[in-house]
Design a protein around this ligand. Structure first.
Ligand SMILES: [Zn+2]
Length: 113
């Protein structure tokens, strides 16, 4: 009887350790998948889009400047823009934390975080 109780305790301890490992793993995975593209237009944050979800969006500033933001394969990119320099379009995809896509003429900033 006494011995059985001890075994139960060991089993419970093992399960707890297993659960801790599992939780840590789940948290790590979530952090990796949890990047978002923060979109600032005219100095104001207007969108916070998860990179894990493919989407397409027209961003318009108050002067009528337009950028097409596409999120695909966990990367954000500007595929079309009304700006004269097209630097934001040529910049390509951004998917790493801290990367930015900037369209100075349209005052649109996309920050990955
Ligand atoms: Zn641009």
């Amino acid at each position: 009887m006494e011995r059985k109780k001890r075994n139960d305790r060991i089993l419970a301890g093992g399960l707890l350790a297993l659960a801790a490992v599992f939780l840590a793993g789940a948290r790590l995975a979530r952090r990796d998948a949890g990047r978002i593209a923060q979109v600032d237009i005219d100095g104001q944050t207007v969108w916070e889009l998860p990179l894990s979800r493919d989407t397409e969006l027209l961003l318009e500033n108050k002067n009528g400047g337009v950028n097409r933001l596409v999120i695909r394969d966990k990367k954000a990119s500007v595929t079309e823009a009304s700006c004269p320099d097209q630097i934001c379009v040529r910049q390509g995809g951004a998917g790493d934390s801290g990367q930015t896509i900037v369209c100075l003429p349209n005052r649109i900033v996309i920050t990955i975080r």
